[in-house]
Design a protein around this ligand. Structure first.
Ligand SMILES: *[C@@H]1O[C@H](CO)[C@@H](O)[C@H](O)[C@H]1NC(C)=O
Ligand SMILES: *[C@@H]1O[C@H](CO)[C@@H](O)[C@H](O)[C@H]1NC(C)=O
Ligand SMILES: *[C@@H]1O[C@H](CO)[C@@H](O)[C@H](O)[C@H]1NC(C)=O
Ligand SMILES: *[C@@H]1O[C@H](CO)[C@@H](O)[C@H](O)[C@H]1NC(C)=O
Length: 426
């Protein structure tokens, strides 16, 4: 098992490198679709006017880029976040220039600053509402440190930045933030532990002991009582998935080597979903402390592993993003595949999965664009690069998707490192 995981891991890292290198050549055509989303055996079709291109001005509601140049190695904005009350959008560009944007007017209200010795760009941003009325902005500088900036209710910086060790676990689709929005998880790849910090109490530093040298994932349960963590290693330390008590740091259950890239607790906390190697997802009932997992095989082999795993908010469905595939299972009464989307190659990850309107729609990013599938209407939407887009010049930026319910906009950070929002289809 140790050898298998090491192989899987090495190939995952390798494929990440190769994908960056090969993407530019392979983007000149959209991938073919071997199997598309379906309803009653009828394949999905594009919604009227779709696929849309980034250059289309009519549907574009908001666009922001902070400097340049937009090249292969230096996208302008590597990370962004929208506050949950949708008042402020915060962006950080590759020179660590922070912009707080009033989401109602689109104007920049402040440019908070911080000092870091980290030589690369930030890897994640979170904007959390503070009980006092302002906001806490968490900016992860890789896995070196998390900078916490405080904003007033008007979006202006107050006080100096606070620094926490480690980085947010955001690379793998985990928010890394508790559901209360006041605690967060970090890892430092050189130290075999996860950390829980509290934004309102500097004395809180809960340590969860698990290896995490090169590969990690973790998140809070919906009630914030538990934290699930995953570890994998290049070396011979056994990879482990562990469940901890989030208040005491005590180990609740050690699942052993689950050979996973992603681990996700169901919304009701009764099931743990873990990806298994490159071929399956496993479900672990948590009501029984010694239960064996139920294995859900993928409809098609995943040539390059998983790229996301997300429960629908009602816990009825589980969606897995895979390189070149997206699979949706209906979990009850017994798990079955209800959607399987397969591209004809595995160059493009299907990631940033976001369930919309409970489980009516799912948004995902693939092949440099944002797409939505609507389960009821069987229609598909896409906003992606066109012939004249910057992206065709080969920028490949990890995307983020946000739905603004107040404005009825969907969007976020695109693959060319520009933030765009579009009219959300009715
Ligand atoms: C869909 O097609 C499969 C095989 O082609 C068939 O077995 C199944 O009954 C069909 N389902 C519906 C709802 O038509
Ligand atoms: C970051 O933003 C600042 C302010 O807009 C700009 O001066 C700087 O050039 C930007 N950095 C990059 C690399 O785009
Ligand atoms: C911020 O840091 C500066 C320099 O270290 C210090 O003089 C100042 O008092 C600090 N401000 C606050 C509000 O802590
Ligand atoms: C828990 O799971 C184990 C292994 O599947 C099984 O042998 C045992 O009967 C289960 N216990 C209960 C209380 O269901």
């Amino acid at each position: 098992m140790a050898t298998l995981s090491r192989l899987v891991l090495l190939s995952t890292l390798l494929s990440a490198v190769i994908s960056k290198a090969l993407y530019p050549q392979s983007i000149q055509r959209p991938p073919g679709i071997l199997h598309d989303f379906q309803k009653n055996n009828v394949s999905t079709s594009w919604a009227p006017g779709h696929p849309k291109e980034w250059s289309e001005k009519e549907a574009l509601k908001f666009q922001f880029s902070d400097g340049g140049p937009h090249t292969y190695t230096s996208g302008a904005i590597p990370a962004t976040a929208l506050s949950s009350d949708e008042k402020f959008l915060v962006t950080v560009n590759i020179s660590n220039h922070v912009s707080v944007i009033d989401f109602a007017t689109g104007s920049v209200v402040s440019n908070p600053s911080f000092t870091t010795t980290y030589s690369r760009e930030s890897s994640a941003v979170r904007v959390l509402s503070a009980p006092s009325g302002g906001y806490d902005v968490l900016i992860s500088m890789g896995y070196q440190e998390v900078q916490r900036l405080r904003l007033s209710a008007q979006g202006k910086q107050t006080g100096n930045a606070t620094i926490y060790t480690g980085g947010l676990l955001s690379e793998f689709g985990s928010s890394s933030v508790s559901h209360s929005g006041r605690r967060f998880l970090t890892v430092d790849p050189n130290i075999p532990q996860y950390n829980i910090y509290d934004l309102d109490d500097t004395n809180v530093h809960i340590i969860l002991k698990n290896q995490n040298d090169v590969y990690h994932d973790g998140s809070f349960s919906t009630d914030d009582k538990y934290v699930i963590t995953l570890s994998r290693s290049y070396y011979d330390t056994p990879p482990r998935t562990k469940l901890f008590d989030a208040t005491t740091g005590a180990l609740v259950r050690d699942f052993g080597s689950t050979s996973s890239e992603y681990v996700r607790l169901s919304p009701d906390g009764k099931l743990l979903a873990t990806t298994y190697s490159w071929d399956a997802v496993q479900l672990w009932p948590l009501t029984n402390a010694t239960s064996e997992p139920i294995t859900l095989n993928l409809p098609a082999h995943a040539g390059r592993g998983f790229s996301d795993l997300q429960w629908s908010p009602d816990g009825e469905y589980l969606a897995a993003g895979i390189w070149g595939q997206l699979v949706v299972w209906k979990i009850f009464p017994s798990p079955q595949v209800v959607q399987s989307y397969q591209q004809d190659n595995d160059y493009h990850d299907v990631t940033a999965l976001l369930w919309l309107e409970a489980s009516k729609r799912i948004a995902y990013r693939t092949f440099g664009g944002l797409e939505i599938y609507d389960f009821d209407s069987n229609l598909k939407y896409r906003w992606g690069f066109g012939a004249n887009s910057h992206w065709a010049d080969s920028v490949y930026q990890k995307g983020y998707t946000f739905l603004s319910t107040s404005k009825k906009w969907i969007g976020g950070l695109d693959a060319d490192a520009i933030v765009r929002f579009w009219e959300y289809p009715a």
